[in-house]
Design a protein around this ligand. Structure first.
Ligand SMILES: [Fe+2]
Length: 450
């Protein structure tokens, strides 16, 4: 008996030995620590029942979890003992036979389940978040079968949890996307962190739909136990994107047509420079491309090229078509066309500074241009390009007061004036285009001959 008594005392859980009526026969060391005021012979079952009643009557959220059970039937119950910690007790009936006499009793052991309860509550809270999510959240095993499936997944894919758990995840992947899907699962299984991608999945009705998905490995300590997949149906977003793209294309087309109409309207009036703006625009685009400017800036330079002389609508036709040298007064009037052009387009919400490019297309790097006499870096790159394209086109074309001078002379002119009148880099690009014949091809394009 001494041996068993020693074992009883050393059990690492608080343990009480009770007689059949619930009086304490013995308490081990842990039990004394848990119930320091407990005395031998004390009736603990009634006392504990009272304690449980008091606990259950408190307005605390824990009480919904508690259940009073009959300890005499060997069932467990949970109660708060000290310092707010939760314990569960387990009762066992015990029959001891000594010296031919049989005595019955109970063993009560207590286990601290505070941490376990916290974990259960945390898991329950997370499970509730997963269940309430509008996104599909699924657990996938390392061999590719579905382990878990939330309500969002059931709604998006149309498979109930009971229909899909245990089946291959490729069930909702169209054949053409399976290789990529399996590669993502492999990457996650190998430990790659978050993998995001957009793809196409298939619902239970066999209908494909676009999704945005996030895959990540599910770890237990250092071991990867599976893969979590969070997907969102982006059909609605895709439809909106398509509508926006269509609307943008329509607006761009409308803008292009408007610019073209404005450009043509002016050139119909001034037949001597017919097609000039379109050729300047085409050559400017080639120069801008060669300089590696961003696409949207190149497009703004194209628009500015198409409209750079629009201000000439304010200049009398007789002056524009005069087949002789202009007087100082006439020249002053002609020099007002960049500002007039700026005034015409300034309220049109073009991207970049189309209006300023038009305003500055006769400015020169050394400050000798007009209307402001701007120098170097104060002149927009778009305007510097227009200036070179404008002079190359003008020298290559016939004018009322002179015949065409030709592209060779234009090349000589810009090579000579690079760094003084014109931007060096722009001249280099234009000379390169003139050298390989691209500029001549652009300037003679039938589409630019209206
Ligand atoms: Fe001009």
């Amino acid at each position: 008996m001494d041996k068993y008594l020693h074992i009883f005392r050393q059990i690492p859980l608080p343990t009480l030995l009770l007689d059949p009526s619930g009086h304490v026969l013995d308490v081990n060391e842990c039990g004394k620590a848990l119930f320091p005021s407990l005395a031998l012979g004390e009736q603990v079952l009634e006392q504990m029942a009272l304690e449980i009643d008091q606990f259950l009557s408190r307005p605390e959220p824990h009480q919904v979890l508690e259940k009073r059970l009959d300890v005499r039937n060997g069932q467990s119950r949970i109660f708060r003992v000290r310092m707010g910690r939760l314990f569960t007790d387990t009762a066992a009936t015990l029959t001891i036979s000594t010296s031919g006499e049989t005595s019955r009793g109970m063993v009560l052991t207590f286990t601290d389940i505070t941490e376990r309860r916290r974990h259960i509550e945390e898991i329950s809270r997370l499970a509730s978040i997963v269940d309430c999510s509008e996104d599909a959240i699924a657990g996938i095993s390392l061999n590719g079968s579905v382990l878990s499936w939330n309500a969002g997944a059931a709604k998006i894919y149309g498979y109930g949890k009971e229909e899909i758990v245990g089946r291959p995840a490729t069930l909702f992947i169209p054949e053409e996307g399976r290789m990529e899907f399996c590669a993502i699962l492999r990457d996650c299984a190998m430990g790659q962190g978050l993998v995001r991608h957009e793809s196409t999945h298939r619902n239970a009705m066999g209908i494909n739909f676009p999704i945005s998905a996030t895959f990540s490995p599910v770890r237990h300590f250092d071991e990867i136990m599976g893969i979590s997949m969070v997907t969102r149906d982006i059909s609605s977003r895709r439809r909106t994107e398509q509508q926006l793209r269509a609307s943008h294309e329509k607006l761009t087309s409308l803008l292009n047509e408007t610019v073209k109409s404005l450009s043509t309207a002016h050139e119909k009036r001034d037949l001597y420079t017919s097609g000039h703006q379109q050729r300047v625009a085409a050559l400017s685009v080639r120069i801008a491309d060669m300089l590696g400017l961003p696409f949207d800036l190149v497009d703004s330079i194209r628009i500015a090229g198409l409209l750079h002389d629009i201000g000439k609508v304010c200049i009398p036709m007789a002056l524009l078509a005069k087949p002789a040298r202009l007087t100082n007064e006439e020249m002053a009037m002609l020099k007002r066309h960049p500002e007039a052009g700026y005034e015409i387009v300034k309220n049109i919400p073009f991207p970049h500074s189309v209006g300023d490019m038009i305003l500055q297309h006769h400015e020169r790097m050394d400050g000798s241009g007009y209307p402001r006499g701007l120098c170097g870096g104060d002149i927009l790159m778009g305007a510097r390009i227009l200036a070179v394209a404008d002079v190359v086109e003008a020298m290559s074309s016939h004018r009322p007061y002179r015949p065409a001078l030709g592209t060779d002379m234009a090349a000589e002119h810009i090579a000579d004036k690079a760094g003084t009148l014109y931007d060096v880099e722009v001249c280099d690009a234009a000379l390169s285009l003139l050298d390989d014949g691209t500029a001549q091809e652009v300037l003679s394009c039938p589409l630019c001959r209206t």
